[in-house]
Design a protein around this ligand. Structure first.
Ligand code: GLN
Length: 251
């Protein structure tokens, strides 16, 4: 049986609007294809994980307060995390976690929470805490050369600047900044996004992109090259749900 190993960072601190559902969707879509998803958790006080030994690292959203609680601990893993990103481990980062992988997060009071500096973007909140990007959002992303509408829910005060490779083009909603044209950050093995939802339950194609990436990476390590076709799943209900949401959100 094929296996995919996932590390869930700070499950007790970073989990908003059911972000954990992303892992459940990955697990379900793996199991339907006879792939075992092994889920390890790491939080403050646990032994340092070997990030590179994982196929996927996942971290969810969290408010400014939660981000500052874990900040010192996260910084201890700066090098390990950078190495894992460089070696091709897949990172799925939602909202607060997305922000913490950039240069820094500047909070409402002007306080700076340092970022891991894995990527060059940075995030600053508005001094007025009522100014937040809140609501349903639809973007268009291109995954493996195929365009797909990505549906989610955003709620962030932070405005993210200097993203050179965004995840999606905004169709409706805000995105990285108020009324932005772009949302999230993307590279082959990283999806960092403001989209809660959970993201993967509303967007099974994004889940399959991640699973396919992981399997192809494993195969290419063994055989030097690897392209695979994932077994198609019956997504009738998922597609019905998506159609209803798209009809509602995209006028
Ligand atoms: N603290 C961040 C902000 O408000 C992240 C919020 C979140 O993860 N939803 O910008």
């Amino acid at each position: 049986m094929q296996e995919i190993k996932l590390l869930y960072l700070y499950p007790d601190i970073m989990e908003l609007y059911g972000d954990f559902g992303n892992i459940q969707v990955l697990k379900y879509r793996c199991e339907q294809r006879n792939i075992k998803l092994i889920i390890d958790e790491y939080s403050i006080g646990d032994d340092s994980p070997d990030f590179r030994s994982y196929d996927i690292v996942f971290a969810g959203g969290g408010a400014d307060n939660e981000q500052s609680i874990l900040s010192d601990d996260l910084m201890r893993h700066k090098e390990g995390i950078k190495e894992a990103v460089q070696s091709g481990t897949f990172f799925l980062l939602i909202c607060g976690a997305y922000q913490l992988f950039g240069k820094y997060y500047k909070g409402v009071e002007g306080n700076i929470i340092p970022g891991l500096e894995v990527f060059d973007y940075y995030t600053e909140a508005q001094p007025d805490r009522r100014k937040r990007c809140i609501g349903n959002i639809v973007t268009k992303a291109t995954l493996d050369g195929e365009d797909t509408e990505v549906i989610g829910f955003e709620n962030h005060g932070g405005q993210t600047f200097n993203v050179d490779t965004p995840f999606g083009k905004v169709i409706t909603g805000n995105g990285n900044k108020f009324e932005d044209k772009e949302e999230g950050f993307f590279q082959k093995n990283v999806i960092a996004t403001y989209l809660h939802g959970p993201l993967l339950s509303k967007n099974p194609k994004v889940a399959d992109y991640i699973i396919k990436y992981c399997l192809e990476r494993k195969i290419s390590e063994e055989k030097n090259s690897g392209k695979i076709e994932l077994k198609k799943l019956d997504d009738t209900f998922e597609e019905k749900c998506r159609k209803q949401l798209l009809d509602k959100f995209v006028k």
